[in-house]
Design a protein around this ligand. Structure first.
Ligand SMILES: [Zn+2]
Length: 114
C-alpha cells in the first residue's frame, strides 16, 4: 500500500516509533456522538485503539467504537478476545479507514468552532 519494501518495513517497525497522537478532546467527542458498536450497534461503547503490532503505542487518531463484549471478550470476533479472526474480518486498512473517517469529522467540526 505504501510502496515500502518488506525489509524497510521490518527496519521501520523495529525500535523507532512514530510519536502517538493523544487527544482527550477527541475521545470526549467520540463518546458524545452516539456511535454504536461497529459489530452489534450497542450504544454503550469503548474506544478500541487500532494497532498494527501489539507493542505499538495507542494513537487516538485510530479508534473504533466497540461495545465491551466485542472489544474485549467475544471468541467469535473481538480485537482482544479473538485477534486473529478480528483481523481477518476487519483488516488493518479497513479499521484505519473507518477510524480516519471519524477522526476527519471531528477535525472538520473543531476547525469550524475554533
Ligand atoms: Zn458490540
Amino acid at each position: 500500500m505504501t510502496g515500502i519494501s518488506k525489509a524497510d518495513q521490518l527496519k521501520r517497525n523495529a525500535p523507532l516509533k512514530e510519536k502517538p497522537f493523544k487527544s482527550k478532546h477527541y475521545l470526549a467527542w467520540f463518546h458524545s456522538q452516539g456511535f454504536g458498536c461497529i459489530v452489534c450497534a450497542n450504544p454503550q461503547i469503548e474506544a478500541h485503539h487500532v494497532k498494527e503490532h501489539s507493542s505499538d503505542n495507542r494513537d487516538d487518531r485510530y479508534i473504533l467504537p466497540l461495545c465491551e463484549y466485542y472489544h474485549r471478550y467475544s471468541e467469535f470476533m473481538s480485537p482482544h478476545g479473538s485477534p486473529k479472526i478480528w483481523r481477518e474480518t476487519y483488516p488493518l486498512d479497513v479499521q484505519k479507514s473507518i477510524a480516519t473517517k471519524l477522526f476527519e469529522v471531528w477535525k472538520n467540526e473543531s476547525m469550524d468552532t475554533d
